[in-house]
Design a protein around this ligand. Structure first.
Ligand SMILES: [Zn+2]
Length: 269
């Protein structure tokens, strides 16, 4: 599932392509992907200029000139492609927004959605989310304060969107590896210095991942060589059986709370 770095990468690249441009046509092939009657969706969104694309956690917010917002969550298997009809991937398209001859295709939206809200409604929908991990105001002190009230396995808390927004299976594994701490370690057993290490690892891993275009492999437009670059430099996620780059031991995959969890059993304590 796309996490913060993947959505941030989409945000940065899509802003270059469609910010300031009007939506010239709308195609809804799967009505369940939107939250209102397709006719109403069309009436509200058609000819609106996309002012800006923002991100909150794993969501993107397409801000329209009329104050409405398209709130996107890709969930498991969702992705996007931007380009002409000729460049379009041979996949089923759930929703298509057109910008003249170019289109933004929403693909693999099974659990994912593109919902239409007024700005204040969109804010309400996202109100439960925890802080943005890369906000400059989100300090180590704040992290320590938030984690002090938590118990149980660290990974479970790290991927809880109400604790911190945007982290899922891939980056929780990478962050724990970077900090040298086992994902299944009980929070109560992690020292204060270990907690600070995890906080710093979180900032560093997410920043690196954004710089590398995240790990989702599909390019977002023809000639996009940035998207997916993190997959090649990840340390543990999806690398079971491979040698740990730090100590040479074999990376292990274990299912914790029905989620695949990757770690090095030797250098993560
Ligand atoms: Zn290792």
């Amino acid at each position: 599932m796309p996490e913060l770095p993947e959505m941030e990468n989409y945000k940065l690249l899509l802003n270059q392509k469609i910010a300031g441009r009007p939506i010239t046509a709308i195609q809804i092939n799967r009505e369940k992907s939107v939250n209102v009657n397709p006719e109403l969706f069309r009436k509200t969104v058609l000819h609106q200029t996309v002012r800006n694309i923002n991100r909150r956690g794993k969501h993107l917010l397409f801000q329209l000139q009329n104050g409405q917002v398209l709130l996107l969550h890709l969930m498991l298997g969702g992705w996007m492609f931007y380009g002409t009809e000729a460049d379009k991937p041979k996949r089923t398209i759930q929703v298509r927004l057109s910008f003249g001859k170019e289109h933004l295709y929403f693909i693999g939206l099974r659990l994912g959605y593109l919902h239409l809200y007024r700005e204040v409604e969109a804010e309400e929908k996202l109100a439960h989310l925890g802080p943005e991990p890369l906000n400059a105001t989100f300090s180590a002190e704040e992290f320590l304060k938030r984690i002090a009230t938590k118990h149980g396995r660290f990974k479970t808390t790290l991927i809880d969107q109400e604790f911190i927004a945007g982290i899922g299976n891939c980056y929780s594994a990478e962050i724990c590896f970077h900090a040298g701490i086992l994902p299944a370690k009980e929070i109560d057993d992690i020292s204060e210095s270990g907690r600070v290490q995890l906080f710093q690892a979180m900032k560093q891993v997410l920043t690196e991942a954004i710089k590398n275009g995240g790990y989702i492999e599909n390019p977002i437009f023809e000639g996009d060589i940035k998207t997916g670059g993190f997959y090649g430099v990840r340390k543990v996620y999806d690398r079971q059986g491979e040698s740990c780059q730090r100590c040479g031991s074999a990376i292990v995959m274990e299912t914790i709370s029905s989620r695949k969890t990757y770690y090095c059993p030797n250098c993560q304590k």
